[in-house]
Design a protein around this ligand. Structure first.
Ligand code: MN
Length: 262
């Protein structure tokens, strides 16, 4: 029998509570908010149960369901091939399993987002974060803490549709998207909102710059995260495992974070 100290220490920490396991998923059901694209674009149908049996004639001793779900539905993973700029990049099944695990670098723009729902992360915000907490390391997840996770079950606040008919939710500037995709060697970018770009990012140049530049650089996205407020700025580890859908562009996930406790 072999024994590895790193694994032993991790498991001891999880069992004794020195390492807390935080659930980063929102509940997934027929009320889960899904993105609404304008005409003429096709929309995802979200999540639907199809019950097979519940201890009844169709299955007297068992309960089970089929489900229909969009790849980009609820708390979910964006693969690079989701975007035209990343179409030669990884799909959820081809990505290396190692890339599903990385340290979380959590950048807090919750104050700015509360004051201005259209607030977008700037390069200056990233530089200020690095001045305080150190350079964003290779193979890490950058997580944008906006406070939007608390609206995850309230579609009106979650989408925050304005009088202009557009969603008003925080995201990233074009420059910050380019900086993270090209100047830092990260796994990807995670958010609490419905997608990894700001609500009004259809009006940016290019449109949806975080999708465009991240996926172009073969980086991943995490959307509709919950409990981001429980993550420290540095030092926790996120495990985000999409379903192995052949040539899939994304997948609902239940990401977890390993958070050190003093
Ligand atoms: Mn998506």
């Amino acid at each position: 029998m072999s024994s590895n100290q790193a694994i032993n220490n991790l498991m001891a920490g999880i069992i004794n509570g020195e390492v807390e396991v935080v659930d980063l998923a929102q509940p997934l059901n027929e009320s889960t908010p899904v993105i609404q694209l304008p005409e003429p674009f096709k929309n995802t149908g979200g999540f639907r149960y199809i019950q097979l049996s519940q201890y009844d004639d169709a299955g007297p001793a068992w309960y089970w369901n089929d489900f229909v779900a969009g790849e980009h539905c609820g708390t979910h993973f964006d693969a690079p091939n989701h975007w035209i700029s990343g179409k030669e990049g990884d799909s959820v099944d081809s990505m290396p399993a190692k890339n599903m695990i990385g340290e979380a670098c959590v950048i807090d723009i919750s104050q700015q987002s509360a004051e201005n729902p259209d607030y977008c992360l700037t390069v200056a915000d990233i530089v200020a974060y690095e001045d305080k907490y150190g350079r964003i390391p290779d193979h890490s997840w950058v997580i944008l803490y906006t406070g939007w996770g608390k609206y995850g079950q309230d579609p009106e606040k979650f989408f925050n549709i304005g009088e202009d008919g557009m969603p008003h939710t925080p995201g990233t500037t074009v420059e910050a998207s380019i900086f993270l995709a090209q100047e830092r060697n990260i796994l990807g970018f995670g958010v609490e909102t419905v997608g990894t770009d700001a609500g009004i990012a259809a009006t940016f140049d290019p449109p949806f710059p975080n999708h465009f530049y991240m996926h172009q650089a073969n980086r991943y996205g995490l959307a509709q995260l919950a409990n981001v407020d429980q993550l420290p700025p540095r030092g926790s580890v996120i495990i985000a495992t999409p379903l192995k859908i052949t040539n899939g562009s994304g997948s609902p996930i239940r990401p977890i974070a390993l958070v050190p406790k003093k």
